[in-house]
Design a protein around this ligand. Sequence first.
Ligand code: ADP
Ligand code: MG
Length: 314
Amino acid sequence: ATPTAVMVSTGVGASNGVLIKGGDALERAQKIKYVIFDKTGTLTQGKAKVTTAKLFTGMDRGEFLTFVASAEASSEHPLGKAIVEYARHFHFFDEQYSTKDAQDHGMDTKFPGWLLDVSDFSAVPGKGVKCFINGKQILVGNRKLMIESGVVIPTHAETFVVELEESAITGVLVAYDNILAGVLGVADPLKREAAVVIEGLTKMGVQPVMVTGDNWRTARAVAREVGIQDVRAEVMPAGKADVVHSFQKNGCVVAMVGDGINDSPALAAADVGMAIGAGTDIAVEAADFVLMRNNLEDVITAIDLSRKTFTRIR
Ligand code: ADP
Ligand code: MG
């Protein structure tokens, strides 16, 4: 391809919201063999919502949700934000107050003034969050977090978590004072175009793969819905780049599509990194392509553009 052809294609990309950082990346994209998709926020909408909350001890539901939300208040994670939102909604809408009532009572429904003070907060990457409230420890996260902290997961709680996971929902476990107090189910719907894009890639001879920090059961259920066969789950944040490398054997050209901070090492490790959505600055920086419209169809647009630019006209 001539420099002019590259320039024209870069312009065509830009007018479709596909930003291409250089001719080399555009050239590599025609040979993509595998596209590795991050799950949360990439294949899914990144609009996680709590669908259910089940308590296992005698704790009051309102109190339970206040504890959980207080623990998650400083979390940057989409699961944490969904949980805070759910608790806020419970307190200010579902319960005794309407928003207006709450405001009449001098409660600020926007500012998290209803949350409790926490100490020793820490986010445990790939696992959850922990902190202390009134001298008691609160853990909010997955099984790994519970197990490494010595929290026993009773059979009925485990059964409930498995049920959630089998319907593509993430189970978030909550321990209060090292006793399993409850489980929340958090669902993040697939992007509308996801299944069609996966089918399209397969037809183009490109193999889709899903990578996630989420548990195997939820990951498999989501992969089944979207039509991806090859899944890598329970990958710690630092491990996504290793997954990319594992596909690069035998000179295969590997693309990674992701949106988050966790994804930037994998975006950089890939032959073609694609940041989707406005993304985090760090993901955008690590990527070769930026898919501004946050639409998965643009993965196909990018590969097509590359093929058209670099394949000689027959
Ligand atoms: P991904 O970005 O692929 O969703 P993460 O590594 O961010 O994966 O998280 C992996 C898992 O760790 C989540 O599915 C969840 O079970 C747990 N987790 C992480 N952060 C939190 C949090 N703030 N609250 C509850 N669970 C969390
Ligand atoms: Mg993500």
